[in-house]
Design a protein around this ligand. Structure first.
Ligand code: TYD
Ligand code: MG
Length: 463
């Protein structure tokens, strides 16, 4: 009798061992190891090399035109995918539970079917009646979308292979999938990986574009998206802050398009609405000029995006000053505070500092340095920044303001939204931007526009 092979697999990092342990040696996670039937651990010597079949090697030249992309009609989704879905490709949509992944997928497939495409939506989490109710709420009741409720991969593949190959097929979600070929429970890494692999293979051979939905927890753990990222051609993350109604779809990997693209949606009572002008959404109503707010002319992907940065500097009530940052990098804030202290003599370091990017947006760009510094100085000195002005520029450790890419696009967006002045790094060129440019070489120059108490003399640099 063949010895049944079981392995112990960490559900967090996928490391395989032959023994159970409370702590994973590879990633240090506690209680993450479970027993799974399947392949023997790599390097255990248990696998024997089998005889292979030869295949021809080919060159890079191609006569074929790239296949036409499948446009769903949900423009923001299509744009983040790189201009529609590529036939035969697999795409993973990850995100926190409840963020709106099912809504996004149902909407895209529903629209695709409405435009004459053949779309199949397989739900493993919700009963068909629930999906129908959701569809009706989203005005998709008349969409000729093919619906199914299944979790077994063999069943799903048998169903898909028996009919006309779909243009787009979506599986919601990979955590519910299981294959009869493995003993492991649904939701374990082995099941998720094997099931996804079979589906990706089906997509490649049939030419269907495959959409996989996967939940991630805050730590990005639990068997799922991380374990299949390498299997798929594109990974999109759907994110948003709880309590805010807009959602951002972000490409983190894309073999067929740019990875810095975002799509902005608003969750409404009738599904997701596309937000064509996100800057207006993130800026909100800016009627009063309060100290501590600065507008950052940012860039998300290829698209300029304006957002408000709010800072609050207040005397500390405790020995250690508090720092709280929402939507920006804590390390970056510490750096800006240190630079302001050392180069401009503005000693905010001893106060409590709160920094917030309005609307729940997350900024990753260093170009937001100047806007953050301006907001901090403005709050510290109690002077509002000049009205109708935007800021962008990276601050170096020496206090210099460095240029950032695509200044012209940022300025155009600011002008479009009615801003009059832009505080920019020296050397920023923009023809007919429609704004007055204030070129800044050093952070000290911010004090001309928002005076703030200076505790010490700024450090002088030897030229
Ligand atoms: P859902 O797509 O089920 O999330 P996920 O698949 O990522 O778990 O979205 C669930 C949330 O979206 C839920 O809190 C209700 C909200 N929602 C709306 O506000 N309006 C709608 O039209 C729909 C369909 C959902
Ligand atoms: Mg869902």
């Amino acid at each position: 009798m063949a010895k049944s092979s079981t392995a112990f697999v960490c559900q967090s990092c996928g490391n395989t061992t032959s023994k159970w342990a409370g702590k994973c040696e590879a990633c240090g996670g506690w209680n993450t190891i479970t027993e799974e039937g399947g392949a023997p651990p790599i390097g255990s010597g248990a696998s024997k090399r089998l005889k292979g079949r030869r295949f021809p090697l080919e060159d890079l030249k191609t006569e074929d035109a790239p296949p036409a992309r499948r446009i769903t009609g949900v423009a923001e989704f299509d744009r983040v995918c790189g201009g529609g879905l590529v036939p035969g490709s697999a795409l993973l949509v990850g995100g926190d539970p409840g963020i709106g992944k099912s809504t996004l997928i149902l909407q895209s497939l529903g629209e695709y079917a409405k435009r004459g495409g053949h779309a199949v939506y397989i739900s493993g989490e919700e009963a068909l009646a629930q999906v129908r109710m959701r569809g009706a709420r989203m005005d998709l009741a008349n969409s000729p979308l093919a619906l199914g409720a299944a979790t077994n991969v063999e069943d799903i593949l048998a169903t898909l292979e028996s009919g006309k190959p779909p243009g787009i097929v979506a599986i919601d979600s990979i955590q519910t999938l299981w294959t009869g070929a493995l003993d492991a429970a649904p939701g374990t890494i082995a099941q998720v990986r094997t099931a996804s692999f079979d589906l990706v293979r089906y997509a490649k051979s049939s030419g269907a574009a495959l959409l996989l939905v996967g939940h991630v927890t805050k730590e990005g753990q639990i068997a799922g998206p991380k374990a299949v990222e390498h299997l798929v051609d594109a990974v999109l993350y759907f994110e948003g802050e709880r309590g805010h109604h807009f959602r951002i779809l972000r490409a983190v990997k894309n073999r067929f398009g740019p990875t810095d693209e975002i799509g902005v949606f608003e969750m409404t009572g009738k599904g997701l609405a596309e937000v064509a002008n996100p800057s207006a959404l993130f800026l909100g109503d800016r009627t009063s000029a309060a100290p501590g707010t600065a507008v950052f002319a940012g860039l998300e992907g290829t698209r300029p995006l304006l957002c408000e940065i709010q800072a609050l500097v207040s005397p500390t009530a405790f020995g250690t000053p508090r720092r709280a940052v929402v939507g920006w990098d804590t390390g970056r804030l510490a750096m800006i505070l240190a630079v302001l202290d050392a180069r401009a003599g503005v000693g905010i370091g001893g106060s409590d500092v709160y920094l917030n990017v309005a609307g729940g947006l997350k900024i990753g760009e260093p170009g937001a340095d100047l806007a953050s510094a301006a907001a901090l100085i403005s709050s510290f000195g109690g002077t509002p920044l000049p009205r109708d002005s935007v800021f962008f520029g990276e601050i170096s450790l020496s206090g210099d303001i460095r240029p950032v890419p695509q200044a012209e696009a940022r300025l155009k967006e600011a002008a479009k939204l009615g801003f009059k002045t832009a505080f920019v790094p020296t050397g920023t060129r923009a023809d007919n931007a429609g704004l007055a440019l204030v070129e800044m070489a050093d952070v000290v120059e911010l004090l001309r526009f928002a005076p703030a108490p200076r505790a010490s003399k700024p450090a002088k640099f030897a030229p």
